[in-house]
Design a protein around this ligand. Structure first.
Ligand code: KG4
Ligand code: ZN
Length: 360
């Protein structure tokens, strides 16, 4: 048996996973630190690093139990080297390097955003799909909103956000409405109870760029919440949730529906423009916001209508997880195109487009 061990510790999720050589997930365990950071209204780097350190060893043990395999069967270790919180990254990276040295097996430094881009190729319960030489990748998470073009010549940024990430917009809007954190899943459910009847505008740039922008939408939502007497705009970090999604008024559900519709429409429009410029045959969609119910429906329909194969990350793999880290390590090692080895340092910033293509 040969297994790939993946370790993720870039932000507030500690995760360990084991994949076999065909990319089938043999174990995947994630420990979220929501409770630790909750009282501060955001991720506290020092607390994240300490929590990773406390969580990692027990998670590794659990993953090995889940896969019913001894550590000695692991033949490759991959750990996230960036981008992310340096202190947090250092914990998983050091653990990965230590295991690699101790077991005498190769180590692969993994780019977190690339791992998201590749995560839709993973199929829980089955072998992973082959990664084609050319594809587009849409990553929408709490920290990233990017459309990349992967090709043998290299990785290119087609669009990026000029202000907030899509998930950040969800989280900020939820906070303005007095809802809890993270805002994405709450607003997603709430929006399903409302009706989108007063559309928010989709921003366009004068220079014709395909870039995303979500901060204007956030401001427009704030104004509408104020107008309807539904704003908690003065909420300070750490404030407890004050509006329960279950008993939230219909008017709030309607605003959530309009907001969710505006996010989906902006994404559709950007993809449409990207397709006018360049052939898109294959599109992966990943990151926390790829769990969004409306976005999933709309992007699947968008692809079906245009003959574009749209591969959505499995809902269990949209958030940060180590299965995608192990997979990115496996893909690059197989192609002999590692992003870094034992000398890799943790990096808070690490533009993906500086890496060579993962497959050629
Ligand atoms: O990828 P992720 O787990 O962490 C980052 O690397 O950022 O993404 C987390 C983000 C949060 O902003 C969260 O609100 C958002 O993903 N999210 C969603 C949904 N589930 C999570 N956004 C919209 N709809 C959802 N169902
Ligand atoms: Zn992420």
């Amino acid at each position: 048996m040969s297994l790939v061990l993946g370790i993720e510790s870039s932000c507030d999720e500690t995760s360990v996973a084991l994949l076999d050589g065909a990319g089938r997930i043999r174990a995947s365990v994630v420990s979220s630190q929501l409770a630790e950071h909750g009282p501060y209204g955001g991720v506290v780097p020092e607390i994240a690093a300490r929590a990773h350190l406390a969580n990692l060893a027990p998670l590794l043990e659990r993953a090995l139990e889940e896969a019913r395999t001894p550590l000695a069967d692991v033949t490759l270790v991959g750990a996230t080297a960036g981008p992310g919180l340096v202190g947090a990254l250092l914990v998983g990276l050091s653990e990965g390097k230590g295991l690699s040295l101790g077991l005498g097996i190769p180590f692969a430094a993994v780019h977190h955003v690339e791992a998201h881009c590749l995560s839709p190729f993973l199929r829980p319960g089955a072998d992973a799909r082959d990664v084609p030489a050319r594809f587009h990748a849409l990553v929408l998470s709490g920290g990233h909103s990017h459309l990349f073009r992967f090709a043998p010549e290299g990785i290119e940024v087609v669009a990026r956000t000029r202000d907030d990430a899509a998930g950040e917009a969800y989280d900020k809007v939820a906070k303005l409405a007095g809802l809890g954190y993270p805002g994405g899943p709450i607003l997603d459910r709430l929006a399903r109870r409302g009706r989108p009847e007063r559309p928010f505008a989709v921003p366009e740039f004068k220079d014709g760029a395909l870039d995303f922008s979500f901060s204007g939408l956030k401001t427009a939502v704030r104004e509408r919440l104020v107008e309807a007497g539904l704003s908690f705009g003065t909420a300070t970090p750490g404030d407890r949730l004050r509006v329960d999604e279950v008993t939230a008024p219909r008017a709030l559900a309607d605003v959530a529906a309009d907001f969710q519709e505006a996010v989906a429409r902006q994404v559709e429009r950007r993809l449409e423009r990207a397709r006018e410029r360049d052939r898109i045959e294959f599109l992966t969609v990943s990151g926390g916001v790829a769990a969004n119910s409306l976005l999933r429906e709309r992007l699947a329909a968008w692809g079906a209508a245009r003959g574009v194969e749209v591969l959505l990350a499995d809902r269990s793999l949209t958030g940060d997880n180590a299965a995608m880290i192990a997979f990115a390590a496996l893909v690059r090692l197989r192609a002999g195109r590692e992003a870094g080895g034992l000398d890799a340092a943790p990096r808070s910033r690490w533009p993906l487009e500086t890496l060579p293509a993962p497959v050629g």
